[in-house]
Design a protein around this ligand. Structure first.
Ligand SMILES: *Cc1c(COP(=O)(O)O)cnc(C)c1O
Length: 372
């Protein structure tokens, strides 16, 4: 049975380490905010080369806490791509901020910087670039735009942990460490996934780090002294124990995904109806998803064909954010963006994970080829 992600096989390769880490955590009984959580935060900070990592309960909370930390007022505008996961926009709506959705690039699927510029108003207070499917938005020009207009940048790095972005002068930084705050998710299927829910925020700014920490912890900076209304959002020690093991393998895992992507690319290069993933020129790609565009209008047909062969696929995302019922009233009636509309009809993601061998890849490739 082919799966989008094979977490079982991945676990079996590191079973002893994971089992020991979890058992040690249970035996320590330090289940909440224990030393294992701080150890993981330090390990991740070192890996990312960022000053602060603040763990929290999931990626959606990370985005919400980040939005809360920059002191926005209801009605302030936040720019985000319309082609992304719901959570990116959900927290904006939840905090009574105004989501301003802009279009994405038809090749890289990433937020279009010209559209960002055009969407800026005096009310724009934040931009949320999403490193969708595993590669970085062109952050250097984005940060320049943000600086010019005094706008905070919150990176949604849930799909790109481990990806590198190269600046014009050759400096390389990890995605999520370039904006003012980076947010990520440790949802099991993410590139660095735990065995439940988890998330984290990254920043190089000491004041922001203190605020993020405080908001994630009931708005208290000292126990039982609450300066702000916050939330309760923690990473469990057991999940941190698992992440401490898996972080060591993150680069290997990302290379395994890149291998599978190259294999697919090669196999599909002569199918004119398919557009294989296009690299953003100054980013590496960690292939959280391997997403094709089906250019002949038969995307759903191809999906049915593969389903009949027991090859799973997913559509990320079938409905543009502005057409989601949740945003009725927040988004102008009839609003639409051409590329986002197009992509929601054309994209299809194939299985990609850390445990793919040629036999499995060929089986999926043969399935796809048999359609064309
Ligand atoms: C997974 C994901 C999130 C949310 O993370 P959760 O841990 O599921 O809350 C947010 N944004 C993007 C782009 C994601 O892929």
């Amino acid at each position: 049975m082919i799966q989008m992600v094979d977490l079982k096989k991945q676990y079996l390769h590191i079973q002893e380490e994971i089992d020991n880490a979890v058992l040690n955590c249970i035996r320590s009984t330090a289940f909440i905010n224990g030393p294992i959580v701080s150890e993981f935060a330090q390990n991740l900070a070192k890996y990312l080369d960022v000053k602060h990592v603040i763990p929290c309960a999931n990626g959606t909370d990370a985005l919400q806490i980040a939005m809360m930390a920059i002191d926005l007022q209801p009605g302030d505008e936040v720019i985000l791509p319309a082609h992304t996961y719901f959570a990116t926009a959900e927290v904006i709506g939840l905090l009574k901020l105004t989501p301003v959705m802009v279009d994405v690039d038809p090749d890289t699927f990433l937020i279009n910087l010209e559209e960002v510029k055009a969407a800026i108003t005096p009310k724009t207070k934040a931009i949320v670039p999403v490193h969708l499917y595993g590669q970085s938005v062109d952050m250097e020009p984005l940060m320049a735009i943000a600086k010019e207009h005094n706008i905070i940048v919150i990176e949604d790095n849930a799909q790109a942990i481990g990806a590198n972005y190269t600046f014009n002068d050759g400096t390389i930084k990890k995605t999520g460490t370039i904006g003012h705050i980076g947010c990520t998710s440790f949802f099991p299927s993410k590139n660095l996934g735990c065995y439940g829910d988890g998330g984290a925020m990254f920043t190089n700014d000491d004041d922001l780090a203190a605020k993020l920490k405080m908001i994630a912890n009931h708005g208290q900076s000292r126990r039982y002294y609450h300066d702000k209304i916050g939330i309760n959002s923690r990473l469990d020690s057991i999940q941190a124990a698992i992440l401490n093991v898996k972080l060591k393998y993150l680069d290997t895992y990302n290379s395994a995904r890149a291998y599978a992507a190259r294999y697919y690319n090669e196999a599909f290069s002569d199918i004119m109806e398919l557009q294989t993933p296009v690299k953003q020129h100054n980013s590496t790609h960690v292939y959280h998803q391997y997403t094709l565009r089906v250019l002949n209008g038969n995307r759903n047909d191809l999906q049915d064909h593969l389903q009949a062969l027991n090859i799973p696929t997913m559509i990320y995302y079938p409905v543009p954010l502005y057409n989601q019922g949740a945003f009725k009233g927040m988004i102008q009636e009839g609003f639409s963006l051409p590329v986002t509309d197009l992509l929601s009809d054309q994209v299809i993601s194939l299985p990609i994970h850390t445990e793919m061998d040629e036999v499995l890849l060929n089986q999926i490739i043969d399935g796809v080829k048999s359609y064309f």
